[in-house]
Design a protein around this ligand. Structure first.
Ligand code: FE2
Length: 403
């Protein structure tokens, strides 16, 4: 069975057909995904990448909709006819919009098929328990059901949140089960990559850790998810950053805004030193990013956000530098909101953040859940958690104060 969606099989087929297949280098093909402004009912599907090295083909991510299976299979079969024998599937992350067609590798006709998954991503790819666990962990910082009912998929869950957090949670649980139904992640046959099996590589003054697959490096950056990977082709100097470069970060409570800031600094220096000639990511697309900005009635903060990919050293530095600045601005604006308020709950900090005139903060505020999976409340709680901000309880309120 393949992914079915919340309403069985009602997929935005005409939009999906606009996805392009781009040969971004002689050895790397990008199968463009899809983004809408209706997250739960027309969920995103990531860009998938097929990388070739000799008789090895590395498939990175598999998207959401069954529609993309044919496109992936066509590229995989072309390589097989052209002499490839070994197929390896790896994921930038275990989130559903990157894993729902994982079982496509079983249909590609390769002699050897492997699925490699970092051990720290096993929790993420357990889709239902990961989502429900993420919401449960937030309860230590605020009550998302009661204080942010607008973040949930249906009016029924939103209304329930005002009455009872437990009721909202049980209704949300049903919605999540529907959202993820039909997905075979193949997690049960993944070869688990142990953290202590990572290799360290140094380029100039930048070091990364991860796993080698053929000539490609799977860099464990731990940004968007604990086991998030970026992929690097040292021969053609191509860097594929998955969701490490994404305007909605930190998308989950277990994403890390701190790590996003640090990793973007490393990747920008990596590019500055001449190691990156092409970079793109898990959702970058001139079509969909452009449409998204128009839908929300605004332009990008930087024009580099609405390209398909950055080409050449300077554009790559601009892309990675934009995200370093973007994430640093988000963190700074949250901490400055806290400093101004003195002592505040997560909802009060969200309101203060929304008043920021910083262009990055204003973009983050504009991309709202449930149209887009961008949650200012999750980001605020993430900053409180990662910076060890002290808090105290006053009845149902959880109050944070500057250190
Ligand atoms: Fe994604």
């Amino acid at each position: 069975m393949a992914y079915r969606g919340i309403i069985a099989g009602r997929f935005p087929l005409e939009d999906l057909k606009r996805s392009r297949v781009l040969e971004i280098t002689p050895d790397i093909t990008m199968i463009e995904g899809y983004i809408s402004d209706d997250f739960f009912f027309k969920p995103p599907s990531c860009n998938c990448f097929v990388l070739r090295d000799g008789d090895l083909v590395l498939l990175v991510d598999t998207g959401t909709y069954p529609f993309y299976r044919d496109a992936i299979l066509e590229v995989l079969r072309k390589h097989r006819k052209d002499g490839a024998k070994r197929l390896v599937l790896m994921l930038t992350q275990g989130h559903f919009d990157h894993v729902a067609n994982n079982d496509v590798i079983l249909e590609a006709g390769y002699d050897e098929v492997r699925f490699l998954l970092p051990e720290v991503e096993l929790h993420t790819i357990d889709l239902y328990h990961h989502w429900m666990g993420d919401w449960r962990a937030m309860m230590e910082y605020y009550d998302p059901y009661r204080e942010f009912p607008m973040a949930f998929p249906t009016a029924a869950v939103r209304i329930a949140g005002r009455v009872s957090s437990r009721l909202a949670r049980s209704m949300l649980s049903s919605s999540c089960k529907r959202l993820f139904r039909g997905i075979n992640t193949l997690a049960d046959r993944a070869e688990v990559l142990a953290m202590d099996g990572r290799t360290e590589w140094t380029f100039g003054d930048v070091s990364f850790r991860g796993w080698e697959v053929g000539r490609f490096l799977a860099i464990h950056d731990a940004t968007h998810s604990p086991g998030h990977l970026s992929f690097y082709d040292p021969e053609d100097k191509v860097l594929l950053t998955g969701d490490a470069t994404l305007e909605i970060n930190p998308a989950f409570f277990d994403s890390s805004l701190e790590t996003c800031v640090r990793v973007m600094g490393d990747l920008k220096r990596f590019a500055e030193q001449g190691y990156v000639e092409l970079t793109t990511d898990g959702h970058r697309s001139s079509i969909w990013m452009g449409e998204l900005m128009r839908t929300f009635g605004r332009g990008p903060v930087d024009p580099i956000q609405v390209v398909d990919m950055a080409r050449g050293r300077d554009e790559c530095v601009a892309m990675l530098g934009f995200f370093e600045d973007y994430y640093a601005a988000l963190k700074r604006e949250v901490l400055e909101a806290l400093a101004r308020l003195g002592e505040a709950t997560v909802p009060e900090l969200v309101e203060e953040f929304k008043g920021s005139s910083d262009p990055c903060a204003s973009l983050k505020t504009a991309l709202v859940f449930p149209r887009i999976p961008s949650r200012v409340d999750v980001m605020v709680a993430n900053v409180m958690k990662e910076n060890g901000i002290p808090h105290r309880r006053e009845g149902r309120r959880i109050l944070f104060r500057p250190r």
